[in-house]
Write a protein that binds this ligand. Structure first.
Ligand code: NAD
Length: 536
């Protein structure tokens, strides 16, 4: 039977050509179909490639008896019922790169439009006026640009900013000094320091717990009067209400927005009518080149998946040849141990990870590569967009960010299925380990020099404290006062009366103020909260 592929949502022609070139493939190229019609015919297809308009829903996937691959020419996969696809063994492939330059160029388009009043100038001319007097603008040259997030887009923006003669500063605690040096960008030690220096501040970070409303009222107050704020990353990173107040007060001179909390914007959105806010309808990736890049990328990956079973680009792909039942818990442990180690280092201010080293017991050495991928994924979790991170690409993503990954050759003896992850960040290091035995769920058994015993699931709170009576009671009360239910509590110490460490697992996510309540307690020195995401 020929392989039949549905291409929809106007995926760029160059991508479709790649598929047409394969004799075994029959291609149906159709406009976005109404859901009922697609449901009717979905069982004919081995693959569907589209953009965001076609919803790949649970009923659709369940009906699609031949479907092996869903391709998304773009980044976001919110339109795909990912859990159901995974359950049914259908690979989901996206195209995370390809739109970097489009966003970076739009940044300058938007900012120059704001600073030189281009939209007003243009509409007044179209309306038959010749008004120059109130169109006096400002230049980019000599201005300080503050980039939050020096990843792919942030990096491209920095290159172009140099060409404009700008001074470029950035805040990204997760990238190395080498990247800052290579991009000739001045490192801001804190977000506050960046905001205090910047005349134009732009965010290029994923939307995570840490970045949600990271540009809030107090952040905006740090900006120099007359600064400009740009959000082309994700709605919610800049707090809308706070930005509006800062614009009303005249403290912020203008803003450029391409992304919103709720899209599309509803009728009377707060920023409509502000002459000093350039509003764009999420067109960061809307260039012909970007659409071509993501189409070619997605179509090539779908082709390789169908022809050669290559699932290396699949977001939900299993690790070929590995036994999910026995290796799954070990992967989960490696990923979560790395996430705990990263959070503990971050608590001490060490966020730019240099290396990840893994040791494992003899029964796991044959899976060292997969386990190292899991540890790399745990290290990058919450730093990289979750749609881009999986066990297959984690090592490549980590290496591309300059992380050194290594695993020991065995001989790690605590248990034949023990794992220890060691992260190094500058002069600091942290090791976290555990056991993924076959007959019980994985346990974390070591944090730094402390022996602990808890399940790495839900939310983990790691406290360091002085080993004196009463601390456990005070912690329990503080958590109870915050309405937090303790699942497990393990107290460990090195020597009586010295340093102690407690690991508490709790159900669900704790309220935001819990950390501050815990660190305010007498004899508690630090509190680190790790919310586990992503399945290994
Ligand atoms: P990337 O992963 O390459 O870079 C993100 C950077 O943010 C990383 O270097 C990471 O270390 C840094 N970071 C993470 N958490 C941080 C924090 N708390 N503080 C400071 N830095 C932090 O991602 P990218 O491809 O450059 O994309 C950046 C953003 O742009 C994403 O939110 C993406 O969704 C968005 N985007 C928007 C459009 C659009 O159409 N407007 C198109 C593409 C991408």
């Amino acid at each position: 039977m020929p392989v039949r592929i549905l291409v929809t949502d106007e995926v760029d022609r160059e991508g479709v050509e790649l598929l047409r070139a394969v004799p075994e493939f029959t291609i149906d190229e159709l406009p976005t179909l109404p859901a009922a019609e697609l449901l009717e015919r979905v069982d004919q297809y081995d693959a569907i490639i589209g953009r965001s308009a076609t919803r790949i829903s649970e009923p659709l996937l369940r009906r699609a008896s031949r479907l092996k691959v869903v391709g998304r020419a773009g980044v976001g996969v919110d339109n795909v019922a990912m859990d159901v696809a995974t359950e049914l063994g259908i690979a989901v492939i996206n195209a995370p790169a390809g739109n970097t330059v489009a966003v970076a160029e739009l940044f300058f388009g938007g900012v120059i439009s704001l600073l030189r009043h281009l939209t007003r100038a243009d509409s007044s001319m179209h309306e038959g006026r010749w008004e120059r007097s109130d169109l006096l603008g400002t230049e980019l040259r000599g201005k300080t640009l503050g980039i939050v997030g020096l990843g792919r887009i942030g990096g491209e923006v920095s290159h172009r900013a140099h060409a404009f003669g700008m001074e470029v500063h950035a805040y990204d605690p997760y990238v190395s000094d080498e990247r800052f040096a290579a991009l000739r960008v001045k490192r801001a030690a804190t977000l506050d320091a960046l905001l205090e220096a910047a005349q134009i501040v732009t965010v290029h970070v994923p939307l995570t717990d840490e970045t949600t409303r990271m540009i809030d009222a107090s952040a905006l107050r740090r900006l120099r009067p007359g600064a400009v704020v740009v959000n082309m990353a994700r709605g919610g990173i800049v707090d809308d209400d706070a930005l509006r107040a800062a614009l009303d007060a005249g403290h912020v001179a203008g803003a450029v927005l391409d992304v919103y909390l709720k899209e599309p914007l509803t009728g009377d959105h707060a920023f409509r009518g502000y002459p000093n806010v350039v509003l764009l309808p999420h067109i960061g990736a809307s260039s012909a080149e970007a659409q071509r890049n993501v189409a070619v990328d997605a179509c090539a990956a779908v082709r390789d998946a169908l022809l050669n079973g290559d699932l290396s680009r699949s977001l939900n792909g299993a690790l070929a040849g590995e036994d999910a039942a026995t290796l799954g818990p070990a992967l989960l442990l490696a990923r979560r141990a790395a996430a705990v180690a990263r959070a503990l280092l971050a608590e001490r201010g060490a966020t730019a990870i240099d290396s990840v080293t893994l040791k494992m017991g003899e029964d796991l050495t044959s899976s060292a590569g997969a386990l190292l991928a899991a540890a790399a994924a745990g290290t990058l979790e919450g730093v990289i967009e979750s749609e881009r991170l999986n066990l297959i690409n984690a090592r490549a993503l980590a290496t591309a960010r300059g992380l050194v990954l290594a695993h020991g050759e065995g001989g790690f003896a605590p248990h034949s299925r023990a794992i220890e992850v060691r992260l190094v960040a500058g002069s600091q290091s942290m090791r976290v380990g555990g056991v993924a035995a076959l007959d019980m769920p994985p346990r974390l058994t070591r944090i730094a020099d402390f022996h602990v015993d808890v399940a790495p699931r839900g939310t983990l709170v790691v406290l360091t404290n002085h080993d004196v009576p009463g601390v456990i009671g005070r912690v329990g009360t503080a958590l109870a006062d915050a309405g937090v239910n303790i699942a497990e509590y393990h107290q460990a110490r090195l020597a009586a009366g010295g340093d102690a460490l407690a690991v508490v697992t709790i159900d669900g996510a704790p309220p935001a103020h819990v950390r501050a309540s815990l660190t305010a307690l007498r004899d508690v020195r630090s509190a680190t909260i790790v919310r586990f995401g992503g399945d290994a």
